[in-house]
Design a protein around this ligand. Structure first.
Ligand code: GAP
Length: 435
């Protein structure tokens, strides 16, 4: 992908709005800064990503189980985890226009920060700004009722560790997975759905014996690459690894890798992989919570944490798949990710026998796939419209269908057409999707 291309980002945002992937949140009220809603196609794409993740990392493995915990947890969780104390970004304010910035989001001119709003180089001293999003539970807005929306899904996996252990009877090594919303009162959200105050994470806390941490880290490192390239179909050349150096990692982490992606607004963090030691379980459990075998000493398992942002996954997938060709805009999504797997068209809208046959095929395919119906305009326009939203296969029902029970299937990427028997359609598409 071309590096830093703001026009490209604008075109992707415009496509998202026009075709119903992502809309500005609360738009009819003038919007709410950096809030976005997933529309009919966006929610399909996002659910496909989450479902493939859950299938791969929970259902396909014997060493993983899932949970779905509450968004608001007892505030003691955040005391123990260190978030109330330490989950801060350095905030500065421009003395001239009073715009506030996260210090690492500012650009420098020589050794001075520059205000992107008014070009002043005069800022207040940096101070720590806690990112926890606060609210009150219950009718009284007093200090005893203060609670926080979780800033990561991870802590629930630690807090629920014993309950999961007792109900699932898992032994080390094993992991707990969760997909869900997280909230951060970000100082400088922006870049579309890249950094928002409300977002979704897919996280795994993988519990191991300390001696196995390197092996497990390497395993998850490979898994994350395979997820990005084989499942999401991201081009390898657009992904970079950042080995987070000593001094920049959380104090408890012996190793952290950030996976970065070449977004049109620059190279930015997509996912992370961290070795968290036994820091979290020690914070939450006064007594060691785990025993491998009866009679053995209790211990604190160590943790490898691979973490994925859902919204950043959606954004990377859209950026990677977006292509402008001579006569069309096409989203070359992996078929398994595409909102619609198939579109069905009657060749002519005003021939009831064609419409009826096409509806029959459409209704049958709906049992197995998410299917689009289009009878507007001509076939060329319908292809254009489906290419733009990444539908991998378009089926046209014509007079041959009535005579010979076969349809024309057109492939999004090659634009080639082939005849397929109506009774073979479902298995033809299934094979293509998994091929
Ligand atoms: N439990 C570890 C953890 O939360 P993180 O690096 O702070 O680590 C994990 O967040 C992932 O969540 C990031 O790699 C990114 O994909 C996503 N993420 C973090 N903050 C985000 C935000 N404000 N908006 C959208 N996604 C975000």
């Amino acid at each position: 992908m071309e590096k830093e291309n703001p026009q490209l980002m604008e075109r992707i945002i415009s496509l998202c709005k026009r075709r119903g992937f992502v809309f500005p949140g609360s738009e009819i009220y003038g919007g709410l800064a950096n809030s976005w809603d997933y529309g009919p196609l966006g929610v399909e794409l996002k659910n496909n990503i989450k479902n493939l993740w859950w299938k791969r990392f929970v259902h396909m493995r014997d060493d993983m189980v899932g949970i779905d915990a509450a968004l608001i947890m007892n505030p003691k969780v955040w005391e123990a985890s260190g978030h109330l104390q330490n989950f801060k970004d350095a905030l500065v304010e421009c003395k001239s226009c009073h715009q506030r910035y996260r210090i690492d989001a500012l650009t420098m001119d020589g050794d001075r920060y520059v205000c992107t709003n008014c070009n002043s180089k005069d800022f207040t001293e940096a101070k720590g700004f806690n990112l926890m999003l606060k609210t009150y539970l219950g009718p009284a807005e007093d200090a005893t009722n203060v609670v926080y929306f979780r800033p990561e899904t991870a802590q629930a996996m630690f807090v629920d560790f014993k309950n999961v252990l007792e109900t699932s009877r898992k032994k080390l090594p094993f992991g707990i997975a969760q997909i869900g919303k997280a909230f951060r009162n970000e100082i400088t959200p922006g870049n579309f759905i890249f950094r928002t105050r409300e977002f979704e994470q897919m996280e795994i806390e993988y519990f191991i014996k300390e001696a196995d941490w390197k092996e497990s880290f390497n395993h998850w490192h490979k898994e994350m690459w395979s997820w990005m390239t084989d499942v999401l179909g991201l081009q390898e050349g657009n992904i970079h690894e950042l080995e987070v150096p000593d001094g920049e990692r959380a104090h408890y982490s012996k190793r952290t890798i950030d996976f970065e992606y070449d977004f049109p607004f620059g190279k930015k963090e997509l996912y992370g992989l961290a070795y968290r030691g036994d820091f979290d379980l020690k914070n939450h459990f006064q007594e060691a919570p785990y025993q491998q075998e009866e009679g053995e000493e209790k211990m604190y398992p160590h943790v490898i944490e691979p973490t994925w942002g859902v919204d950043r996954s959606v954004l990377a997938v859209l950026c990677d798949a977006y292509q402008e060709e001579e006569e069309r805009v096409v989203l070359k999504l992996k078929p398994m990710l595409a909102p619609y797997k198939v579109a069905v068209f009657p060749l002519l809208k005003n021939k009831p026998e064609l419409v009826e046959k096409a509806k029959e095929i459409y209704n049958n395919l709906k049992k197995d796939f998410v299917v689009a119906w289009d009878d507007r305009g001509n076939i060329g326009k319908r292809y254009y419209s489906q290419d733009e939203i990444g539908t991998p296969y378009c089926i046209t029902v014509d007079f041959d269908t009535l005579e010979k029970e076969e349809v024309t299937v057109r492939d999004r990427d090659t634009m080639k057409q082939e005849k397929v028997a109506v009774k073979e359609l479902a298995s033809f598409i299934t094979k293509k999707l998994h091929g």
